[in-house]
Design a protein around this ligand. Structure first.
Ligand code: PHE
Length: 447
C-alpha cells in the first residue's frame, strides 16, 4: 500500500488540527475553572514543555521511520519480538473509543451553532434548561447532530490524506485562529480581561489538589493527541524534507497558545459579569451563552463565531481519531478506503448513541456502569488510562527498544545539544511520570 505524502505546511496544519480540538476550547477552560486557575495552568505548561513535547517527537519518529499504519510501524521497527510489539500498534483503536463521545460533543456544538442564532438565554437557569433538554430529554435531536458529525468526519476521511485531510485542515485551522484571535482582541476591551489574566496566571498553590495535579498531566496528553497513534499515523505521511523536531515544536506551541487564548477569551466574558469560573463541562454551553446575551446582537454574533471555531477544532481532531484505524484496515485487510470508513463510522456511531442515551432520563439506568453513565466511563477510560498507556509504550519503544543509532541518526542533527536532554526525558522523566499516573489511577498510590 503506497502511503500518500502531505506537503510540509499540510503536515503542520494536519498535526496541529489533530492537537487543537475540543480539548483546548472546551475542556481546558472548564478544567482550569474547576481546578482553581493559575497553579493548574502552571502544571499543565510544565508537563507540556518537559514531557508532552518530547513524547510528540517520539511518536512522530515511529511514524516517520515506519511509514505504515500504527501496527505495521511497530512491527517493522522492532528489532526483535516483532510479534509482541505489533500489539502496541493497537493503540490506534483508542481513537474509536474516543470518537464515541467526541462525536456526541461535536453534535452538541452543531446544535448550539444553530440555536444561538435564534436567541441567547437571558438567565443561567434558562441556559441550563436548554442544555439539559438537549442532553437529558431530547435524544432525537442529539442523535441527529451526532449522526451529522459522523457523516461529515467520515466524508473527509474517505477523501484521503491529500484530497480530504490536508485540504480541510488548510482551510479550517487558519479560520479557527482568525476567529479566536479576533475574540481575544475584543476581550482586551473588557474589564474582565485583567481578572482573567490574574485567574489563569497567578498560581494559587492552595488550590492545587493532588487530583488537579494528575488531571493536568493527563490533559496534556489528550490535548496534544498523544498516545493513540494519531500523530504517528500522520507522520507516516511526513514529507521527506520535513524536520520532526521543528514540526513537533510548532504543533506543541500552537496547541498551547490556542488553549491559553481560548481560556482568556472565555474567562474575560465570565468575569465581566461576575459569573463563577468553576462550573464544569457546562462552562461553554451554559455560562458563556448567558453572558453573551448581555451583548445583544453582537453577543449572538460572538456566540456563533465561538461555536464555529469549536466545531472546526473538533472536526479536524476527529478526522485524526478515525484515520489511524482506517489506515490499519486498508494496510492489513485490503479494505477500500470507503469501506473502511463506513465500517469504523458505523461502530462508533452506534456506541456513541448509547453513550448519548446514558445521559437521558429514560435510559440512564440501563446504561450506567460502575455507577457512572457510559459516556463518562468512555471519557474517563481514554483520558486517564488508555492514552497514558499508549504514551508509555511509545517512550519505552523509542527510549529502549529501537536501535540507538537509528534514533540518533534521525534526530541528533535536528536537535543538536538538546538531543541528550530529549533522550533523558524519553528514557526517564516521561516513563516515570506515566507509571506514576497509571498507578495513581488504579488506586495503588493515592496522592
Ligand atoms: N487533541 C484533541 C483535543 O484536544 C483530542 C485528541 C486526542 C485527538 C487523541 C487525537 C488523539 O481535542
Amino acid at each position: 500500500m503506497k502511503i500518500q505524502r502531505f506537503s510540509r505546511i499540510g503536515f503542520v496544519m494536519a498535526a496541529a488540527g489533530s492537537a487543537v480540538g475540543l480539548g483546548n476550547i472546551w475542556k481546558f477552560p472548564y478544567m482550569t475553572g474547576v481546578y482553581g486557575g493559575g497553579a493548574f495552568v502552571l502544571v499543565y505548561l510544565i508537563t507540556i514543555t518537559f514531557i508532552g513535547f518530547s513524547v510528540m517527537v517520539a511518536e512522530m519518529l515511529i511514524g516517520a521511520l515506519g511509514r505504515k499504519d500504527t501496527v505495521g510501524s511497530f512491527e517493522a521497527l522492532a528489532p526483535s519480538n516483532k510479534k509482541y510489539w505489533k500489539y502496541a500498534g493497537f493503540m490506534s483503536f483508542n481513537g474509536i473509543i474516543i470518537m464515541t463521545f467526541y462525536s456526541v460533543v461535536i453534535g452538541w456544538i452543531f446544535y448550539y451553532l444553530v440555536r444561538v442564532l435564534f436567541s441567547l438565554p437571558s438567565t443561567p437557569n434558562e441556559a441550563k434548561e436548554i442544555f439539559n433538554t438537549l442532553v437529558g430529554s431530547s435524544p432525537a435531536i442529539a442523535i441527529f447532530c451526532h449522526t451529522l458529525s459522523v457523516v461529515i468526519v467520515g466524508y473527509i476521511v474517505h477523501k484521503g490524506i491529500k484530497g480530504g485531510i490536508e485540504k480541510i485542515n488548510l482551510i479550517l485551522m487558519p479560520s479557527l485562529m482568525i476567529i479566536l484571535f479576533g475574540l481575544l482582541f475584543y476581550s482586551f476591551t473588557l474589564d474582565g480581561f485583567s481578572k482573567a489574566l490574574a485567574f489563569m496566571f497567578e498560581p494559587r498553590w492552595d488550590k492545587l489538589t493532588s487530583e488537579a495535579f494528575i488531571r493536568a498531566i493527563g490533559h496534556s496528553f489528550f490535548t496534544l493527541s498523544l498516545g493513540m497513534g494519531a500523530i504517528m499515523t500522520y507522520a507516516a505521511s511526513l514529507p521527506k524534507e520535513a524536520s520532526i523536531t521543528k514540526t513537533a515544536f510548532i504543533v506543541t506551541f500552537m496547541d498551547t497558545l490556542i488553549a491559553l487564548v481560548a481560556g482568556l477569551v472565555i474567562f474575560s466574558f465570565i468575569f465581566q459579569f461576575g459569573a463563577k469560573p468553576s462550573q464544569g463541562p457546562g462552562l461553554v454551553f451554559i455560562s458563556l451563552p448567558t453572558i453573551l446575551h448581555n451583548f445583544g446582537y453582537l453577543g449572538t454574533f460572538f456566540a456563533f463565531l465561538f461555536f464555529l471555531a469549536v466545531a472546526f477544532a473538533g472536526i479536524t481532531s476527529a478526522i485524526s481519531l478515525v484515520e489511524p484505524v482506517v489506515q490499519y484496515l486498508i494496510d492489513r485487510f485490503n479494505f477500500s478506503r470507503t469501506k473502511a470508513v463506513i465500517f469504523i463510522s458505523f461502530i462508533y456511531w452506534v456506541i456513541g448513541i448509547l453513550a448519548l442515551l446514558s445521559y437521558t432520563n429514560s435510559f440512564k439506568e440501563v446504561l450506567t456502569i460502575f455507577n457512572k453513565p457510559l459516556f463518562d466511563v468512555l471519557e474517563y477510560m481514554t483520558d486517564s488510562i488508555l492514552l497514558p498507556l499508549g504514551g508509555f509504550l511509545i517512550v519505552i519503544f523509542v527510549g529502549y527498544v529501537l536501535q540507538k543509532d537509528r534514533v540518533k541518526a534521525a534526530l541528533e542533527s535536528e536537535m543538536g545539544r538538546f538531543y541528550p536532554i530529549w533522550m533523558f526525558s524519553i528514557r526517564y522523566i516521561a516513563p516515570i511520570a506515566l507509571i506514576f499516573m497509571m498507578l495513581n489511577l488504579i488506586g495503588i498510590i493515592k496522592l
